[in-house]
Design a protein around this ligand. Structure first.
Ligand SMILES: Nc1cc(-c2ccc3ccn(Cc4ccccc4)c3c2)n[nH]1
Length: 245
């Protein structure tokens, strides 16, 4: 997968080259190119923002600079080749979900536009949508200062789904949300720590009982913390033992 990120703070994306993702890049599983938006300014101040029409606080990112940047970064899409998907993080976006992470993992190329200030002139998104798929995406109901942190989160969620990136592919298959429930509690050695023992069932070797216990804890946690996920489960997702909980 080829990933391009356009930002006025290229250094913010440095963590993409660390650890697991860094190894995936070194292995050629992913290519990541980070582009400084100011490359496409032409004034001495390298201005990327201006005052909002209609007034209001803050500044808005100028369409001319972004238009030239995306034209250059996306480049000419060879005929017959699918254009990349443009992902624009924004508080006003569609909530990013594990299902979307799987959709993005199927793409051969993703381009991320990192806004700052109060966001990017809407005409940039509207123009881009005439020649490539564009997703305005939120990573949660809280307000960041720019799109870079959201890009780090989205790229990590997507890249871990790519074959060969995770050492243990089973981890991705047994993801939280993969069965619609939250992950239950996990334990490792020692058996007792600060007077707290690991639940006996997990040391019993009884795999049926262990699976039941883990599902019960996942159901309890989901009911307590994310009743919306429980309500969204298809009726067939819960068996009789689940309902007895
Ligand atoms: N889930 C999520 C995404 C963002 C996000 C993404 C990109 C940008 C670009 C500028 N800002 C700041 C901003 C503050 C208020 C209103 C609009 C924009 C951003 C925030 N916040 N929270």
């Amino acid at each position: 997968m080829r990933i391009d990120v356009v930002t006025i703070f290229p250094g913010y994306l440095a963590p993409l080259r660390e650890a697991l993702l860094g190894r995936a890049i070194d292995a050629g599983l992913i290519s990541v190119a980070v582009h400084d938006l100011r490359t496409w300014t032409h004034d001495v101040h390298q201005a990327v923002d201006d005052a909002p029409y209609g007034g209001g606080p803050g500044m808005v990112m100028r369409p001319q600079v972004w238009g030239e940047a995306l034209d250059a970064v996306v480049g000419d899409v060879p005929s017959g080749e699918a254009p990349p998907r443009l992902i624009v993080p924004t508080p006003a976006g569609r909530p990013f979900t594990q299902a979307m992470a799987h959709e993005y993992a199927a793409e051969s190329r993703l381009v991320f536009a990192c806004g700052r200030y109060e966001g990017i002139d809407q005409r940039v998104i509207d123009d881009a949508a005439t020649w490539m798929p564009v997703d305005e995406v939120s990573i949660g109901d809280y307000v960041l200062v720019g799109g870079e942190v959201a890009v780090l989160a989205i790229v990590e969620a997507v890249a871990r789904l790519l074959p060969g990136v995770l050492g243990n592919p089973a981890s991705a298959e047994q993801d939280s949300f993969s069965d619609g429930l939250l992950e239950g509690p996990a334990y490792t050695r020692p058996e007792t720590w600060r007077g707290r023992a690991v639940p006996d069932v997990l040391r019993s070797g009884n795999h049926g009982a262990i699976a039941r216990w883990r599902r019960d804890r996942a159901l309890e946690r989901t009911a307590a913390r994310r009743p919306d996920l429980l309500a969204a489960l298809p009726p067939t997702a819960l068996d009789r033992a689940d309902r007895a909980l």
